[in-house]
Design a protein around this ligand. Structure first.
Ligand code: NAD
Length: 483
């Protein structure tokens, strides 16, 4: 059988496996709206098969592998992903619509996660605990067992890399339910991993809808830990399903992250970052800098500069590698367009707007990035996660107001602060309710090594960095009484 990543198969036990239900879902190219591939439409039977394969691996070859051996396999996977970065970028760009250059960065970030966690596999241990005379007590880190990973479509390779590489490094066997809108790159990465010596069953992918394959995974009694990345609403459902069986969950949810610019900031450095933080991946980034808070004395001059930068943004197909690609699907385009129309009909001032390249295919899901000014703090475009290239700007007076506005949403994922004042940098970092605070930069170029996650409705638990590996372990305390 000539089975491949784009022809409607799950990846279970290092093999291409047709779905039990024999249904497939078309994959739509966001750049032209046309179907170009298919994925299997998984159901509970496919999830069962994947969990069984993972359990066998965990109790068998993969579970018995030493930390050093696991690390070496992951390092080989990292090298293989890197070698295939161009191929993976082309797959991801077509699948997600993201500009080719961004897709290539995502492939390299995925490789970097495997490298980072491969290197870490044999360096994270437990500790001994001083206790009563006649005892030796130690706390050992062990894997959860079989881990379930629910991944969205917006950064398939990056999010897969950060959760799966960490889980495998810790010694777990994984079952992944990728996003139904874009996941082909992950099926190809799984195939590459098998070629690097990752034993059968250590990594399994069941594709399909959230309401079918996803909910079957969250209801499955064979899963010992969940990593979920997606919307707060689905996160609630996943956490509720896991709570039925008292299974731990890491939730990486949405954001409405503020970029805060003080009058003393280096505006030349800030400006490209302010634009990129909302235009990257067409604003479909959990940590998008979607609110702009500017100190009043520089508000108008900065907006004038930013407006010109927005005007210059061109939107087009992923393969054209412009600054901005299409949105993921028609319904997302319609959703984002509704926010823009609402802001316009509410009379919000448009300061800058990009344009769609004239040769962009007619059926693509394109929306020109737009910058709105004087947005009231309680307006929906200042409060809700739009997941599109729409930036809501407002002014503030002084640190207290900046903090109040920045913290005044249900989210708390990331915040950016631009100021040259060192003491203010520290004060702001302390006062902002967010999982990550960036001072005079935004996103730290991806920051594989940096713990990431949210507070409030942005989620809980941490992935990335050393914390990410710890999330995929549990502590066992062993008390030995020897007299
Ligand atoms: P989503 O919640 O609709 O889907 C995410 C994943 O959950 C998909 O794989 C989907 O199939 C699955 N799913 C859907 N319903 C399910 C169910 N009932 N049971 C189990 N699984 C189910 O989110 P989305 O539209 O794919 O992604 C957009 C959201 O994700 C945004 O809110 C964004 O901020 C968030 N996100 C967060 C991060 C982060 O790291 N914090 C990263 C990327 C995206």
């Amino acid at each position: 059988m000539n089975a491949r990543y784009d022809q409607g198969f799950h990846w279970i036990g290092n093999r291409w496996v047709p779905g039990a239900g024999e249904h497939t879902l078309p994959m739509i190219d966001p750049s032209d709206g046309q179907p170009f591939a298919a994925i299997a439409r998984g159901d509970a039977r496919d999830v069962d098969a994947a969990v069984a394969a993972a359990r066998e691996a965990f109790e068998g070859e993969w579970g018995r592998a030493s930390a050093l051996e696991r690390g070496r396999v992951l390092m080989r996977v990292a090298a293989s992903i890197q070698e295939h970065a161009d191929e993976l970028a082309a797959i991801e760009s077509r699948d997600c619509g993201k500009p080719l250059g961004q897709a290539r960065s995502d492939a390299l970030a995925c490789a970097r996660y495997f490298e980072f966690y491969g290197g870490l596999a044999d360096k994270v241990g437990g500790y001994t605990i001083p206790f009563q005379a006649g005892y030796t007590v130690f706390a050992e880190r062990e894997p959860h067992g079989v881990t379930g990973h629910i991944v969205p479509w917006n950064y398939p390779m990056q999010i897969f890399g950060r959760t799966v590489a960490a889980a495998l490094a810790a010694g777990n066997a994984c079952v992944v339910k990728p996003g139904e809108d874009a996941c082909l790159s992950l099926l190809r990465v799984a195939e590459l991993a098998a070629g690097c010596g990752l034993p059968a069953g250590a990594l399994n992918l069941v594709t399909g809808l959230g309401s079918e394959a996803g909910s079957a995974l969250t209801a499955h009694p064979g899963i010992d830990h969940y990593s979920f990345t997606g919307s707060p609403e689905t996160g609630t459902r996943v956490a509720q399903a896991a709570a039925e069986r008292h299974v731990p969950v890491t939730l990486e949810l949405g954001g409405k992250s503020p970029q805060i610019v003080f009058a003393d900031a280096d505006l030349d450095a800030a400006l490209p970052s302010l634009v990129n933080a909302i235009v990257q991946n067409a604003g479909q980034t959990c940590s998008a800098g979607s609110r702009l808070l500017v100190e009043r004395s520089i508000y108008e001059p900065l907006l004038a500069r930013l407006g010109k930068a927005f005007d210059a943004v061109r939107v087009g197909p992923g393969a054209a590698n412009l600054a901005c690609g299409p949105l993921i699907r028609r319904s997302q385009l319609e959703r984002v367009a509704r926010f823009v129309e609402m802001a316009e009909s509410d009379g919000l001032r448009v300061v800058g707007r990009g344009s769609i390249a004239p040769d962009a295919p007619a059926g693509g899901f394109y929306l020109a990035p737009v910058l709105f000014a004087d947005v009231p703090a309680d307006h929906p475009i200042a409060q809700q996660e739009i997941f599109g290239p729409v930036l809501a700007a407002m002014s503030f007076d002084g640190e207290d107001e900046a903090v109040r506005l920045a913290n005044a949403t249900r989210y708390g994922l990331v915040a950016g602060v631009w100021t040259r004042d060192g003491a203010r940098q520290m004060r702001m970092a302390r006062r902002l309710r967010a999982g990550q605070v960036f001072i005079n930069n935004y996103g730290a170029a991806g920051g594989v090594e940096l713990p990431f996650g949210g507070v409030k409705s942005s989620g809980h638990g941490r992935e990335k960095g050393i914390e990410g590996l710890l999330s995929f372990t549990t502590i066992k305390t062993v008390a030995v009484r020897h007299g």
